[in-house]
Design a protein around this ligand. Structure first.
Ligand SMILES: Nc1ncnc2c1ncn2[C@@H]1O[C@H](COP(=O)(O)OP(=O)(O)OP(=O)(O)O)[C@@H](O)[C@H]1O
Ligand SMILES: [Mg+2]
Length: 255
C-alpha cells in the first residue's frame, strides 16, 4: 500500500502498569490529512515518536510504501527520518543560527549541494510566508513566526510524510491563526501524507480527511469529520460533538 501503514502497535513504558499503545492500527495515504485527537495521556505523542523511530514499540509494524520501517537500521533508518517532517509542540530552533541556516541544516545533512539546499530552504520559508525574515535570528521572531520557521525547517526536507504534534499548543491564542492557516494551506496542497495531533476540534473539522479518536492507547473511533462529529458512536466522540456544537459556532463566527 502507498503511504503509511501502522499495524498492531503496542507499547508499555518500563515501571508503568498501563500500556501506552494497545494494538494500534492506522493507514494514511499520500495526500491524506489524518487528525488524531484524544485526552491528555492517550498516547498520541508516543504514537508519532514510534512512527519516526524515536521510540521502539514492544510489538507491531510500521510500513512506508510497503517498506518495513520498524526493521530499518543505520543509513536506511537515517534516510527514512529524512523523508519525515516532524513538527514538535515545543519548537526547538537553533538560536545561534539564522532563520535561513536553521532551514539549511536538514538539506545540508542530507548531502544536498549548497545551491540546491539554499533554493529549498528559501522555497520552504516562502511557503510559510517568511522569506523576508531569512536573515533574522530566532530571538528576533514572535512565537507564531518561530513555529512557522519550525514548519519551514521540516518542509525544507521535502518530506513525504509530515507528523505534527500539537503545532499550535504552545502559542499565544492570537498567534494560533497564522500557524493554522499555514497548516491548512499545506493540507490543501495534498502532496504529502499528514498526521496531525491537535486538541482543536474546529481545526480538525476544517483540515482533516479523517479523524481518529484515541483513548488509553487505543483507537476508539475513526471517520470523516462531518460524519464522526455529527454521528459519534462512542462516549469520547460525543464529548467532541459537544465541544463542536459549542466551539465551532465560535470558530465559524471568527472566520
Ligand atoms: N518516556 C516515558 N516514560 C514513561 N512514561 C511515559 C514516557 N513518555 C510518555 N509516558 C506516559 O505515556 C502516556 C502517554 O503519553 P503521551 O505523551 O503519548 O500522551 P499524549 O496523548 O501525547 O498526551 P498530551 O495530550 O498531554 O500530549 C502518559 O501516561 C505518559 O505519562
Ligand atoms: Mg502529546
Amino acid at each position: 500500500m502507498a503511504g503509511l501503514m501502522v499495524r498492531g502497535l503496542t507499547k508499555h513504558f518500563p515501571g508503568s502498569s498501563k500500556p501506552v499503545l494497545v494494538d494500534f492500527n492506522l493507514a494514511v495515504a499520500p495526500g491524506e490529512t489524518v487528525v488524531i485527537m484524544g485526552p491528555s495521556g492517550a498516547g498520541k505523542s508516543t504514537l508519532l515518536r514510534v512512527i519516526d523511530r524515536l521510540l521502539e514499540p514492544d510489538e507491531g509494524e510500521v510500513f512506508w510504501n510497503g517498506i518495513p520501517v520498524h526493521q530499518l537500521q543505520g543509513e536506511q533508518l537515517r534516510r527514512w527520518r529524512r523523508q519525515v517532517g516532524f513538527v514538535f509542540q515545543q519548537h526547538s530552533l537553533f538560536e545561534r543560527m539564522t532563520v535561513l541556516e536553521n532551514c539549511l541544516l536538514g538539506p545540508r545533512l542530507a548531502g544536498i549541494p549548497e545551491a540546491q539546499a539554499r533554493e529549498r530552504a528559501l522555497a520552504a520559508l516562502a511557503r510559510v510566508g517568511l522569506a523576508h525574515l531569512a536573515d533574522r535570528w530566532p530571538a528576533q521572531l514572535s512565537g507564531g513566526e518561530r513555529q512557522r520557521v519550525a514548519i519551514a525547517r521540516a518542509l525544507s526536507m521535502e518530506p513525504e510524510l509530515m507528523l505534527w504534534d500539537e503545532p499550535t499548543a504552545s502559542l499565544d491564542p492570537l498567534l494560533v491563526g497564522e500557524v493554522k492557516q499555514c497548516l491548512a494551506a499545506l493540507a490543501a496542497e495534498r502532496s504529502c501524507a499528514m498526521l496531525v495531533v491537535t486538541h482543536e476540534v474546529g481545526f480538525a473539522w476544517e483540515i482533516a480527511s479523517r479523524v481518529v479518536l484515541m483513548e488509553a492507547g487505543r483507537k476508539v473511533e475513526e471517520g470523516e469529520p462531518g460524519e464522526l462529529f455529527s454521528h459519534p458512536r462512542t462516549e469520547l466522540g460525543r464529548k467532541y460533538r459537544q465541544l463542536i456544537s459549542e466551539g465551532l459556532a465560535l470558530y465559524l463566527t471568527n472566520k
